[in-house]
Structure formats: structure tokens, C-alpha cells
Design a protein around this ligand. Structure first.
Ligand code: URA
Length: 216
């Protein structure tokens, strides 16, 4: 069986609305942050539908007993925001995954070569092999950063089949690179934009997601 990257662009009106707000160059930072929080929430909601581990049991209602399904508390859930811009989607993801642990990783791109390098890594030396992972990275542009983060995760025991990537705008270049490196991955994004300019920015995109989130 050949594994293939699965990319979902959920056709939800709230995702379309908040994407439009985020794309608009006149949106001030305070509203941009709200838009990213909402995108983080709704994209995570879509992404965890068949991913959150559950367990079947029974509960006693005031009248009788009936089958019931709970989230399985034994299986660790990790949210990984890629600094800086990934922080913008974190709050939305965390509201749906309140028991998750958050592991930060900071990756910076060389502005000339566009090559990524890690400047902060708070990952443990080994993750539990069943850990479910949500990575928040709003812009999948060249794909260099996300592949670097995936390498750091898989060498610490994360199974790519348990990973969901949440992004806002993805480029075909990044998706192709991920498909080669991790063909079983699943990605949820609000949009796919075709063009990547020579500075590695997605066009039309939404600009620099980190700068617009933090106003710097
Ligand atoms: N990072 C951003 O913030 N925006 C882009 O368009 C590409 C990378």
C-alpha cells in the first residue's frame, strides 16, 4: 500500500470568514489575533474528529445504565506550536484539548537561503509511542520548517500516523515536500495558495503571520 498525504480544506463558513479577516491587510493586530484563535479552534475541531482516542464503557444515568464513550485519559495528547507564528493558533486548539501538554519549538528561516534552523526545543528525549500530536503552523510555505519539526518528533518516538497539522494557508511546494518525506501525514488548512514568491512568502497569503500576530 502506498501512503499518500491527506490534505483537507474544511468547507466551513466560519473558517472562510476568519480566513477572509486574516487575509485583509487592513485588519489590525488585535482582530488578526482573534481571527487566528478562531481558525485554530475550528480547524482543530475538524482535525480531531477521527483522531481523539476514546474508550467505550457504561454510565449509570439516574434511571438506568447505558453505553457511553469518554476521551481516553491514558493516551497523551501533545500540542506543538512552532514559534513564533504557531502560537497564534494555540489558544483555539487548547480550548478543545484542555488536557493536552504543550511543547514549544522555535524555528527560524535564514532570509537568504530560506533554510530553517532550530533555536529552541522543549521536546522530551522520548515521547510515549501512542502520543497524539497536533502541530500548529499557520503558513506552510517552503515546507522546510515543518519537515524539520517532523524529524525532531519522529526521532523521539512520534508516529506520523498520529500527527495532525493545522495550518491556515499552505503552498503546493510545502505539501509536495511533506508528501515525499512523510506520506502518511494528515493536514487541515483553511486554504491552499498556488504562488510562493522568491522571499518564500505565500501569495496572496496573509503576509507575515508572526509579525501580524504580535504587531512587531
Ligand atoms: N511565513 C509567513 O508568515 N508568511 C508567509 O507567507 C510565509 C511564511
Amino acid at each position: 500500500m502506498t501512503l499518500q498525504l491527506r490534505v483537507y480544506v474544511p468547507p466551513h463558513p466560519l473558517i472562510k470568514h476568519w480566513l477572509a479577516v486574516a487575509r485583509d491587510a487592513t485588519t489590525p493586530s488585535v482582530l488578526f489575533r482573534s481571527a487566528m484563535t478562531e481558525l485554530g479552534r475550528w480547524l482543530t475541531y475538524e482535525a480531531i474528529r477521527e483522531w481523539l482516542p476514546t474508550m467505550d464503557t457504561e454510565v449509570n444515568t439516574p434511571l438506568s445504565t447505558c453505553p457511553a464513550t469518554f476521551i481516553n485519559p491514558e493516551i497523551p495528547i501533545a500540542v506543538i506550536p512552532i514559534l513564533r507564528a504557531g502560537l497564534s493558533l494555540l489558544e483555539g486548539a487548547q480550548t478543545l484539548l484542555p488536557l493536552s501538554s504543550v511543547y514549544h519549538i522555535g524555528v527560524v528561516r535564514n532570509e537568504e537561503t530560506l533554510e530553517p534552523s532550530i533555536y529552541l526545543n522543549k521536546f522530551p528525549s522520548q515521547f510515549h509511542s501512542e502520543t497524539r500530536v497536533v502541530i500548529t503552523e499557520p503558513m506552510l510555505a517552503t515546507g522546510g520548517t515543518i519537515v524539520t519539526v517532523m524529524e525532531e518528533l519522529t526521532k523521539r518516538g512520534i508516529d506520523p500516523a498520529f500527527v495532525r497539522i493545522i495550518s491556515v494557508v499552505a503552498s503546493p511546494v510545502a505539501l509536495q515536500k511533506l508528501n515525499v518525506a512523510y506520506p502518511g501525514l494528515v493536514i487541515f488548512t483553511a486554504a491552499i495558495d498556488e504562488v510562493l514568491n522568491d522571499k518564500g512568502y505565500i501569495v496572496p497569503g496573509l503576509g507575515d503571520a508572526g509579525d501580524r500576530t504580535f504587531g512587531t
